[in-house]
Design a protein around this ligand. Structure first.
Ligand code: SAM
Length: 212
């Protein structure tokens, strides 16, 4: 997987190691915030490409970084399970996510898109519904700060509020090294208490919203 680790990017090697460990065996994966694909690379390596059924990458702009779209093309060419949606995560809802995953839910979700309180809260709420039982959500930049991270209080606030609301449904762990932080949320109980709905996968309007 070394050739998929872009020479530039936001995620560092310590974080990559944590993602690799936590993603082990995941089959259905969502990532919000691709940038240069470092987190995608780490998650795919940890999960094992042979196990993955679907990896959905969502980003508002694959040109956010000058290497972004080139890296994206490499992932799409190499991994048949890789799908990219160039979309603002605030413009999609839980029905959209459920349809993208054809009712299978997700086992592993990495949130690293918009870093305001509202954006992170919105992504967490949708992730919580999409996530399968025993699945994991990881939010990047939780309690981050110097020397290697930057302070993003909106992300920390959204995570803390989320866990306060859903502490009977989720277990929480935190990780931090040199100012780079993760909030790790494991879903131990279902939110809805029922299986996800299956959708008609031939709907044209829906497929038009999936970019690649
Ligand atoms: C910090 S970078 C992600 C880093 C990436 N996870 C990695 O490991 O290289 C944040 C990314 O989120 C995207 N983004 C920002 N706001 C977004 C939003 N509202 N919806 C979707 N993507 C968003 C940006 O375009 C950018 O590529």
């Amino acid at each position: 997987m070394d050739s998929f680790w872009c020479k530039e990017g936001h995620l560092n090697k310590d974080q990559a190691q944590v993602l690799k460990t936590l993603a082990k065996g995941a089959r259905y994966i969502l990532e919000i915030g691709f940038c240069t694909g470092r987190s995608a690379c780490s998650i795919i390596e940890g999960a094992g490409p042979e196990n993955i059924q679907q990896f959905v990458s969502l980003d508002i702009n694959y040109d956010y970084h000058r290497e972004g779209r080139n890296m994206l093309k490499k992932f799409i060419k190499e991994f048949p399970f890789f799908q990219a949606c160039e979309i603002n995560s605030k413009d999609v809802d839980s029905v959209w996510y459920s349809k993208v995953f054809n009712g299978n839910g997700a086992d592993f979700i990495f949130i690293d898109g918009g870093h305001t309180y509202e954006e992170c809260k919105n992504d967490l709420e949708h992730a919580a519904l999409l996530l399968n039982r025993n699945g994991v959500i990881i939010v990047d930049d939780y309690m981050s700060g110097p020397p290697n991270g930057c302070s993003l209080p909106g992300v920390t606030k959204a995570c803390d509020e989320f866990f306060k609301t859903y502490n009977t449904k989720f277990e929480r762990k935190t990780w931090n090294k040199d100012g780079k932080g993760f909030c790790i949320l494991k879903k131990v109980h279902s939110l809805l208490g029922r299986a996800p709905i299956k959708f008609d996968s031939t709907e044209k309007e829906f497929y038009d919203s999936v970019y690649y």
